[in-house]
Design a protein around this ligand. Structure first.
Ligand code: UDP
Length: 414
């Protein structure tokens, strides 16, 4: 513990969703281990259990976040911070505020480019429904197609979401921290470094830097780990579409039969309260399938029985999977997931892009291809190679390790 930093307090402001809480609390844990006091500003909606983080302070912001997180929380956050600063002594001066917004460097690049696309009228042609255009590559953002862009429903510059406006207003922040690695997103980070005259700190994968307490907003089912313990090496396909996306009842049924017919053991996260699967399904799969409402995902992906991940490609799931060398079937739903899916499959070569309707036949084929098929061999090998690269990037004197030290120095210079 570096006691000399203890007089600096950092206020972290995560968006109140699992996918944002997770990396922000991991970041808090890392920076706390580097000697900073940590305050987590949170809303009444979706906040972590403070008992899991006895060393952190929690600052509640009383606001209705659902109807507009940024707009509604700004004033109460300001007031709460002002109160904190009135009380602050020299042992806990606020050094900086860290808020979360962007996910991967590639995603931020797309936000950079959207105003240009609008100016060139390129976006409008896709908005008015030119289907063929959706499949075209976006100039400057290859291999992304228009349909892969994270935001699709606005027409002109005045209608830009705050996220994009903020991307262009670098006056409001003094550095950017990424849960990514240079070895993964070198070219996107290089573009951003050129664009911004700001320090960028790619310090991922955050969950591998130091162990953090559980950040799950839902109760993790540890029984699935005992079930995994009984399965053979690399045999299990893990299926989860994260904390927000979901399959409708028809898709659930097709997925169930695709899994059953693949003949692979499967661990499947189904968050819906009731899932009614026919008796014939239960008879077919028996002990070969484990269905749960919420799994300890990082543990699952690190388990030697898991050989593949059917994922919606949220950025946390992406990072957690590639850090463990688990190849993926990429079924993105919205936002950044489409960008991540494209990079997983075409740039890093560790994923199979799922672009079909949800039908049991192709689901079974995709699982077999990924897990054991000849066509999946290259993907499986690339996933192993990428894991090695990521592990290297975290070692002393290599990129993520250095970036973290530079980040600490930067905060101390404020
Ligand atoms: N997660 C989990 N158990 C599950 C499903 C998801 O712990 O059964 C965690 C997962 O490890 C990841 C987060 O929930 O850290 C989901 O974040 P991601 O960015 O992948 O997707 P989102 O939920 O934001 O769409």
């Amino acid at each position: 513990m570096e006691k000399q930093h203890r007089c600096r307090r950092l206020v972290l402001v995560p968006c109140p969703f699992q996918g944002h809480m997770t990396p922000m609390l991991q970041l808090g844990t890392i920076l706390h281990s580097r000697g900073f006091y940590i305050t987590i500003a949170h809303t009444q909606f979706n906040f972590p259990n403070p008992l899991n983080f006895p060393d952190f302070n929690f600052l509640e912001i009383y606001e209705d976040v659902i109807s507009g997180f940024n707009a509604n929380c700004k004033a109460p956050l300001r007031e709460s911070l002002a109160r904190m600063m009135e009380k602050e002594d020299q042992h806990s001066k606020i050094a900086c505020i860290i808020y979360d917004e962007y996910i991967s460097a590639a995603n931020m690049l797309t936000y950079q480019e959207i105003p240009r696309l609008l100016k060139d009228d390129l976006w409008y042609s896709t908005y008015v429904g030119a289907e063929a255009m959706m499949l075209e590559l976006v100039p400057g953002l290859e291999p992304l197609r228009f349909k892969d862009l994270p935001i699709t429903n606005f027409r002109d510059l005045d209608d830009l979401p705050q996220l994009i406006v903020n991307a262009h207003d670098s006056r409001s922040y003094s550095a950017i921290i990424w849960n990514t690695m240079d070895c993964l997103e070198q070219s996107s980070l290089a573009h951003l470094r050129q664009e911004y005259q700001l320090p960028l700190f790619p310090i991922g994968p955050l969950h591998r830097t130091i162990p953090a307490p559980s950040i799950s907003l839902l109760k993790e089912d540890q029984n699935c780990i005992s079930w995994l313990d009984k399965q053979s090496h690399n045999s299990v396909i893990y299926v989860s579409v994260g904390s927000i996306a979901f399959l409708d009842s028809k898709e659930l049924a097709e997925m169930a039969w695709g899994l059953a017919n693949s003949e692979h053991p499967f661990l499947w996260v189904v968050r819906t309260d009731s899932i009614s699967l026919p008796e014939s399904f239960q008879e077919t799969v028996g002990e070969r399938g484990c269905i749960t409402k919420w799994a300890p995902q990082k543990q699952v992906l690190a388990h030697s029985a898991v050989g593949g991940f059917w994922s919606h490609c949220g950025w946390n799931s992406t990072i957690e999977s590639i850090s463990e060398g688990v190849p993926m079937i990429c079924q993105p739903y919205f936002g950044d997931q489409r960008v991540n899916s494209r990079y997983l499959s075409l740039v890093w070569g560790v994923g199979l892009e799922w672009e079909n309707d949800m039908n049991r036949g192709p689901i079974k084929e995709a699982i077999r291809m990924l897990m054991v098929g000849k066509e999946g061999e290259v993907i499986r090998q690339s996933a192993k190679d990428l894991k090695v690269k990521i592990e290297l990037s975290m070692k002393q004197a290599v990129s993520s390790y250095n970036s973290l030290n530079e980040l600490v120095d930067q905060i101390l210079s404020f």
